[in-house]
Design a protein around this ligand. Structure first.
Ligand SMILES: C[S@@+](CC[C@H](N)C(=O)[O-])C[C@H]1O[C@@H](n2cnc3c(N)ncnc32)[C@H](O)[C@@H]1O
Length: 336
């Protein structure tokens, strides 16, 4: 050890092994709508527990842990909201992100089996197979809506008026809740949107589309995206939001090629995904998400920008660039 280097301590190990428990404390707070109850004026552990129909014995340590995690404040026996909770964890707010906690809950059991899955290389459930995907995705897509919608809104707003004026037909592939197309539909009133997803998932897209008052502008192609034809030269914008990671290498490349063929000359492809650096050494989120793909798919993974560029060039895209939108990774845009 040199004189200037800091001592090696086990703190990193302690922090990482406890991090999952902090995540569950936050998820439990969201599930009990603690932040909404505080926003509604309940301030003490007794009153918050009553509003949540929970025990005081259970609620008090949960509230204190959420104070330590900086989601709540505490003065005497009075709890208050930290700014981040006020903005994103109060149910009545349009920016509410509570549904996102369901993603953690949905994946929690599988994560408990990670060591076993690493040993066997076999997923807990392969959602890239139609049979399991149809069961899994209806439980997931509403939960990830806030993350997808904020990234999509940023990109839709960043398009110039000239770019928007060229977009009249949009294909939202693996649309889920339609989170990726809704901001474009809002920003471009002339555009018609076609959703592709399983018939078990399109009812969720329809609900979101109706909530946004855009029902007339949407149509639906239900089925397996691997077999549905997208056509040729039909769309000005194709959206691939969080689908290539579960499709994996072979089907992901095919999906990019099929999307390229479906685009008109000058059309735009958008890919939103988890993208690690080319050495696959960071950032943390995409690489930890790679383990999520190990747990939940037979062939899924996370792919580097280098890999995406190879697929995009092979599919005929000439211009490839990224937008630093809010979300786990930059968003890829490509035009032919
Ligand atoms: C991770 S979700 C992404 C949803 C949405 N694009 C977003 O980013 O919020 C993946 C979506 O792809 C759909 N999907 C996955 N495999 C599919 C397949 N083979 N055919 C049709 N849809 C599929 C799922 O039903 C789900 O809606």
């Amino acid at each position: 050890m040199t004189e200037t280097s800091s001592p090696i301590t086990p703190q990193q190990i302690i922090d990482h092994l406890w991090a999952a428990r902090s995540a569950m404390a936050l998820a439990a707070g969201i599930e009990h709508e603690v932040f909404t109850h505080v926003a509604n004026g309940e301030r003490t552990a007794v009153d918050i527990a009553k509003a949540a129909k929970a025990s005081k014995r259970g609620m008090e340590p949960l509230l204190d842990a959420l104070v330590a995690l900086q989601y709540l404040t505490k003065k005497g026996n009075q709890y208050g909201l930290a700014p981040v909770s006020e903005m994103f964890l109060v149910k009545s707010k349009p920016t509410y992100m509570g549904a996102f906690a369901q993603e953690t809950a949905l994946n929690w059991e599988a994560w408990g089996k990670l060591a076993e899955v690493v040993k066997t290389g076999k997923p807990v459930v392969a959602v890239d197979a139609e049979k399991f995907g149809k069961e899994f995705f209806p439980k997931l897509v509403a939960a990830i809506f806030p993350m997808s919608y904020s990234g999509a809104s940023f990109v839709a707003q960043s398009l110039t008026a000239k770019q928007r004026s060229k977009i009249t037909a949009i294909l939202d592939v693996a649309a889920g809740s339609a989170a990726w197309s809704l901001p474009f539909a809002q920003a471009i009133p002339a555009a018609q949107i076609t959703v592709v997803d399983y018939p078990e998932v399109t009812p969720i897209a329809r609900q979101f589309v109706e909530k946004f008052g855009l029902t007339e502008r949407y149509n639906y192609r239900e089925g397996n995206l691997r077999h549905i034809q997208f056509g040729r030269n039909q769309y000005d914008l194709v959206l691939l939001g969080h689908i290539i990671h579960s499709e994996g290498e072979k089907w992901g490349a095919k999906l990019i090629k099929k999307s390229a063929d479906a685009l008109r000359e000058g059309g735009l492809l958008l890919i939103a995904d988890m993208i690690p650096n080319d050495q696959r050494s960071g950032p943390v989120l995409p690489l930890v998400f790679g383990l999520n793909m190990l747990l939940h798919t037979a062939e899924g993974s996370v792919f580097t920008m280098k890999q995406y560029k190879e697929w995009l060039k092979a599919a005929g895209f000439k211009k490839i660039w990224t937008v630093a939108a809010p979300g786990p990774s930059p968003i890829i845009l490509a035009s032919k």
